[in-house]
Design a protein around this ligand. Structure first.
Ligand SMILES: [Zn+2]
Length: 109
């Protein structure tokens, strides 16, 4: 993969993370413990699948700027490692350059 497409993917993933942050902020009172519909944060530019996760599950992933929530099967094994496997989603950690880009683009950092 060349640098240009790596950058495009990193920007896309950072954008999805911001979408998910606003989904999380937009929850209603009483939503605690109920699953919200987050966007899959995978590297595919045309993926628009949803992941049902509670706010607590999402927060657990967002503790680390290199971690993303993706649908099973959407992993890119050459640049990420699967840390957790759930029915609805996987937790992946970006490696090497992809990890550095993910941390740099983390809206919370
Ligand atoms: Zn996806």
């Amino acid at each position: 993969m060349n640098n240009e497409s790596e950058r495009r993917i990193a920007r896309n993933e950072a954008l999805l993370r911001e979408v998910n942050e606003s989904i999380e902020r937009g929850r209603w009172p009483g939503d605690e413990g109920r699953p919200l519909k987050f966007r899959c944060e995978c590297a595919s530019l045309d993926c628009n699948e949803n992941i049902a996760m509670t706010r607590e599950e999402y927060e657990h992933i967002r503790d680390d700027g290199r971690r993303f929530a993706i649908r099973p099967g959407h992993e890119a094994e050459e640049c990420e490692e699967i840390l957790e496997t759930h029915d609805a989603y996987l937790v992946v950690e970006k490696l090497d350059k992809a990890g550095e880009a993910a941390e740099r683009l983390d809206p919370r950092s």
